[in-house]
Design a protein around this ligand. Structure first.
Ligand code: HPA
Length: 274
């Protein structure tokens, strides 16, 4: 377990503040396919994760490991291009460390997106789903360990992990763009294997509508820090056992690519309202 304390959070934040004068109000953690949003940030300053003190050492390739600060439609934002997953070997507190740093920079609301498998059989690949709630099935929690009361309370309330206000904005914005989003419960698992058909039947019985391998630790830390959260999944495939075909990362990437424009225009229209 890595101990995350105010000292290391402040060191990371001061470095970032030395690179950009932006005081971000909105944090963006965008999953598979939406990294392109980076190109739409105005006057962006890009900071490689490797340069930021105490940031996890990135295992991702290419330009995926950087933090961007700038504005989108006039709102100051900080965006993670590439996120950290527990299946890469990071502890939950490490995957969520950037959220701590975002809070220190001034972030008040966070948009997280991800790719997810559809567990609800009425969903279709290409649907977008606003998260109404999640099931943390990773068996881990980023808040385990000593609690720093300056960062948040020991026993955080999770009864509205995903803000009702922001969910409303997301649904209305989608409607104004002429499409309907699903709204459902995201089950967060460790991965990296996709689930078995039996696990998917179990998840459906437990009340989940979609399944993925990210997001829950970031959202737990955001709520601990008092940040308002909006989560949106791109349903990239039907989960295991629903269709008579194997799952592949290629299918996930293809669907993410197919709906990218729609997802991007939704996100762009939501950001100024956050
Ligand atoms: N399962 C878990 N994670 C995923 C899936 C899935 O079916 N699709 C995209 N991410």
């Amino acid at each position: 377990m890595t101990i995350i304390n105010q000292g290391i959070i402040q060191e990371a934040a001061s470095y970032i503040q030395g690179e950009s004068a932006i005081k971000p109000e909105i944090g963006l953690i965008l999953g598979s396919g939406l990294g392109i949003l980076a190109e739409l940030i105005e006057d962006a300053v890009r900071i490689p994760y490797d340069d930021i003190p105490h940031f996890p050492v990135s295992t991702v390739e290419g330009h995926e490991g950087e933090l961007l600060l700038g504005t989108i439609k006039g709102r100051p934002v900080v965006m993670m291009k590439g996120r950290f997953h527990m299946y890469e070997g990071y502890g939950p507190e490490v995957t969520a460390f950037p959220v701590r740093v975002m809070k220190e920079l001034g972030v008040q609301s966070l948009l997280v997106t991800n790719a997810a498998g559809g567990v609800n059989t009425s969903y279709q690949p290409g649907d977008l789903m606003v998260l109404s709630d999640h099931l943390n099935l990773t068996g881990k929690n980023p808040l385990i360990g000593p609690n720093d009361n300056n960062l948040g309370v020991r026993f955080p309330d999770m009864s509205e992990a995903y803000s009702r206000r922001l969910r409303g904005i997301a649904k209305e914005t989608a409607a104004s763009q002429g499409f309907k989003v699903q709204e459902g419960v995201y089950a967060g698992l460790l991965g990296p294997t996709y689930e078995t058909p039996a696990e998917i039947r179990m998840l459906r019985t437990l009340g989940s509508d979609a399944v993925g391998m990210s997001t829950v630790s970031e959202v737990i830390v955001a709520r601990h820090a008092g940040i308002e959260v909006l989560g949106i999944s791109c349903i990239t495939n039907m989960a295991a056992g629903i269709l008579d075909q194997p799952l592949s990362h290629d299918e996930v990437m293809e669907t993410a690519e197919r709906v990218r424009e729609q997802f991007l225009s939704l996100v762009l229209a939501i950001i100024p309202q956050m």
